[in-house]
Design a protein around this ligand. Structure first.
Ligand SMILES: *Cc1c(COP(=O)(O)O)cnc(C)c1O
Length: 392
């Protein structure tokens, strides 16, 4: 038996996405920049995919730029705006719970003349709009807040933050601060209409939405000053040079079209999430849910099991055929505790004993029942062993 509960790390490529991509490797292999029939075939496919993404975001096709994924989109959004506006302001606001690719970029910018304010979320894993408002100064050129957190699934008040920023711009008669959101985790479950969200830039990723890896997009609102990410070609209005990943782009377009269909019907994933949370709380003493109970992604369950080290629980679940994660995939490569869990005030010891279960489109009730059968004895056993070690 193999049960995949790590859909926040990546998702299985949908068969119909794969099918849509397949012709663009060996048959329709043209370069979308070429003027002949082969090229037109490819560029028409790119035009269609761009429209699919634009429809989902409710924006103009001209505002959609294809990238290699959310990491690139995030790097580009921050560096691109910082470069063009560095003479007008050197202050950037973000949060303590962003994905490492945002935090590494702000870290880099902080070594290159920028001042960064990291907003701390409240204990429930959600940032307060007023905390961001208070941090804004005349020098603030950019604010970047993720839509939904990848570790604990908490949903940030993006629309409200955007509205507040718009008001400040209007009051100060300025075009900045600009507002960016990393929506990689949100796309599957939340409305990403850029008008409703009041955002200037949005990052998204193909492989988090049942599409292929190595493709993503950055939405850039018309009028947002952004420097090129890669130079040396006319692709993507000269801002992101390089031959387009046509098959990946086709896959992303198809995947995002499917998301819209899934969002419209109630998939039951939220009920499954609540069933898992309720039963873990019932069956495992001392289990602590991380992140807000209600205001979280429909597929995210993150628990700390005190006195049961996360890695040990993960390995024991793996032996039972269940794939989960401790913190984020990137964070789990090193042994430092999750920055997200520390930011919401968890002590080190509890941050080391956290497990993320991220459900997906294909998760069934019987899989969750199996997890609920094997998990309590695993936690109990690991706690007993830890107890024994301490006595000696
Ligand atoms: C996965 C993820 C990323 C990185 O996306 P890639 O396409 O793998 O580069 C960035 N931000 C968040 C919130 C993510 O979940």
């Amino acid at each position: 038996m193999k049960i995949y509960l790590d859909n926040a790390a990546t998702t299985k490529c949908d068969k119909s996405v794969f099918k849509a991509m397949a012709p663009y490797f060996c048959e329709k292999f043209g370069n979308s920049n070429s003027l002949h029939g082969f090229g037109r075939e490819a560029s028409n496919a790119v035009i269609k995919a761009r429209k699919q993404v634009a429809d989902f975001l409710n924006c103009d096709c001209k505002e959609v730029f294809f990238t290699s994924g959310a990491t690139e989109s995030n790097n580009w959004a921050l560096n691109g705006v910082a470069q063009t506006l560095k003479n007008r302001g050197n202050h950037i606001i973000t949060t303590e719970i962003e994905h490492p690719c945002i935090l590494a970029t702000t870290e880099y910018l902080s070594k290159n003349g920028f001042k960064i304010t990291y907003i701390k979320p409240r204990k429930n894993g959600i940032v307060k709009i007023s905390d961001i408002e208070k941090a804004i100064t005349e020098k603030t050129i950019l604010c970047s807040v993720m839509f939904a957190n990848n570790e604990i699934g908490t949903i940030q008040p993006i629309s409200g933050i955007g509205r507040m920023i718009k008001k400040i711009r209007k009051k100060n008669k300025r075009i900045f601060p600009f507002f960016h959101t990393d929506a990689a985790q949100a796309v599957n479950y939340l409305d990403c209409d850029v008008e409703k969200l009041n955002v200037d830039m949005v990052s998204l990723s193909g492989h988090k939405i049942y599409g292929p890896k190595g493709i993503g997009a950055l939405y850039v609102r018309k009028g947002t000053p952004i420097a090129p990410f890669m130079r040396g070609g006319h692709q993507e209005k000269g801002l992101r040079a390089g031959t387009l990943n046509v098959s990946g782009i086709v896959g992303l377009g198809k995947a995002i079209e499917l998301v819209e269909k899934y969002q419209r019907k109630n998939s039951g994933i939220e009920q499954l999430r609540d069933y898992l949370i309720d039963n873990i709380l019932k069956k495992i003493p001392g289990a602590k849910l991380n992140g807000d109970r209600k205001n979280r992604l429909q597929n995210n369950v993150n628990f700390s099991f005190e006195k049961a080290e996360g890695e040990s629980v993960l390995i024991s679940l793996e032996a039972k055929g269940i794939a989960v994660s401790t913190g984020s995939a990137c964070a789990s490569m090193n042994l430092s505790p999750s920055h997200v869990l520390l930011a919401i005030g968890l002590p080190h010891i509890l941050s080391h004993s956290s497990i993320r279960f991220s459900l997906g489109r294909n998760t069934t009730k019987s899989e969750i029942d199996y997890l609920l059968k094997v998990l309590p004895p695993i936690v109990k056993k690991i706690r007993k062993i830890a107890e024994g070690i301490k006595i000696e």
